[in-house]
Write a protein that binds this ligand. Sequence first.
Ligand SMILES: [Zn+2]
Length: 116
Amino acid sequence: MVEQLTFYSVPVPQRREEMEKELMLYEGDHVELHWSDQVHRCTVYGSKEICTKCGTALIAIDPPWGTWKYVCVKHSALTVPHRELEAAMNSLPPTAIGVVSSVSVMFKKVIKKERR
Ligand SMILES: [Zn+2]
């Protein structure tokens, strides 16, 4: 069996202006989230929800990716806000042993080419 590896192009900005364009997220920016061979395109918005893992303010995605509605940019993952995870943990079905609270994804900001 041949193992397939996927490589992504990682933005390596050369100048400060490029860094701001490629790495800074603003309300209404378009991003691609990559997980395995799947891609989800969405728009990002700020939120007041907090990441359970690192305490960073989460970014809301529209449309949601399945049931995932937030991403944490600090640990690059789809995740569940702290209070929603607490609620899920407090209402686990009797035979459940835990709740998956985050899935690592790769971010790619979609930059529109300027027309001339
Ligand atoms: Zn986090």
